[in-house]
Structure formats: C-alpha cells, structure tokens
Design a protein around this ligand. Structure first.
Ligand SMILES: [Zn+2]
Length: 180
C-alpha cells in the first residue's frame, strides 16, 4: 500500500501534470455539458452558493469513459500500485464540469458539487497539489482529505436531504484548519 517516495521536485511535477490533465478534460467535455435540471437545482439549492448551482455543468457519458492521465504508465513503472482508476469511477469533477458514467442520483451529484466548491475556493493548481499530496501521504484514494471531506458532507446530506447547511462554510473551515 505504500507509494514510492518522491522528491519534492517530482511531487511538484506530478501536481503540474495533474493541472494539465484537469484543464484538458475540462476543455474536452465542456462543449457537451449542461446546466442542472430544475429538479437537481431544487435539491441542491441552499447547500451550495449560487455560483456553484448556476455555474456547474454536467455530462453523462453513454458509450465512452473518462480516460486516465497520459502519465499513468510512468507512475506504474515507478511502482505505484493503487492509482485511482478514473475509468471505473461513478463520476469525476474537472473544475465546474462533472463527467459521470452513471445517471446522477442526488447523492452522487452532491458529492461532485462539493468538489466543484473545493475547486472554486482553491483554484485548479492548489486543488491538484492537495489532491496529489493527499494521495501520497494518505496511502491512496480513500486517504485523500479532499475526498474524505466530500464523502463526509455527502453522508450528512444523505442522512437528511432537507436539512440545509453551508458546504461553502464547511470547505472554508477545512482550508483554514489545514485539513486538506
Ligand atoms: Zn470525490
């Protein structure tokens, strides 16, 4: 389960490569992406700031899957065994664009909108850097604090989908307390 040790230069290069991956996927899927449907908007309003509810764009893929980053073979060669496989994930968020392999449930949508909020507060470069560092120090996908934050808030939503709380405040608190 241990990841190979990387130098700080290698960590920086990997973060930069993830920025490029996110930017290229965002650009590729944006032309096919749609705003929230009315029902989705009603379910998410009050949890997320209007910038997220109005600004997010969704794609549901039918006969294709999101491809893993072009640098994955290199990481495999270096000895990484537990890289997140984006081809098999339910959905992946690239900035304000959420690409899904499944029809959206409210639970799935909520989780991905937490990532949209994280991107909104952090920006793509900082998000990428924290995602990579979280992966390296957390021992894999499940240990990435940006994911743990999204799963925790998603569980709170699914526990009571009517009880509004501010995702923006929760994410800001995690940033302030260096939890990412
Ligand atoms: Zn996630």
């Amino acid at each position: 389960m241990a990841s190979p040790q990387l130098t700080s230069l290698q960590v920086q290069q990997l973060s930069d490569a993830v920025v490029q991956y996110i930017a290229s996927q965002h650009e590729a899927y944006l032309p096919f992406a749609m705003p929230l449907a009315e029902e989705q908007r009603l379910a998410m309003e009050g949890f997320f700031v209007p910038e997220v509810v109005d600004g997010v764009r969704l794609v549901v893929l039918q006969n294709s899957r999101v491809q893993n980053p072009a640098f994955y073979p290199q990481l495999l060669q270096m000895g990484f065994q537990n890289l997140p496989d984006f081809r098999t994930m339910a959905a992946i968020t690239f900035g304000n664009v959420v690409v899904s392999h499944l029809p959206f449930t409210d639970g799935l949508l909520f989780h991905e909108l937490v990532h949209v909020e994280q991107y909104r507060q952090l920006g793509i470069p900082h998000f990428s850097s924290l995602y990579v560092r979280g992966f390296l120090s957390g021992g894999g996908y499940e240990g990435i604090p940006l994911e743990r934050n999204a799963y925790a808030l998603g569980a709170r939503f699914e526990g009571n989908p009517q009880q509004r709380f501010s995702v923006s405040n929760e994410v800001a608190e995690w940033i302030q307390n260096d939890r990412f």
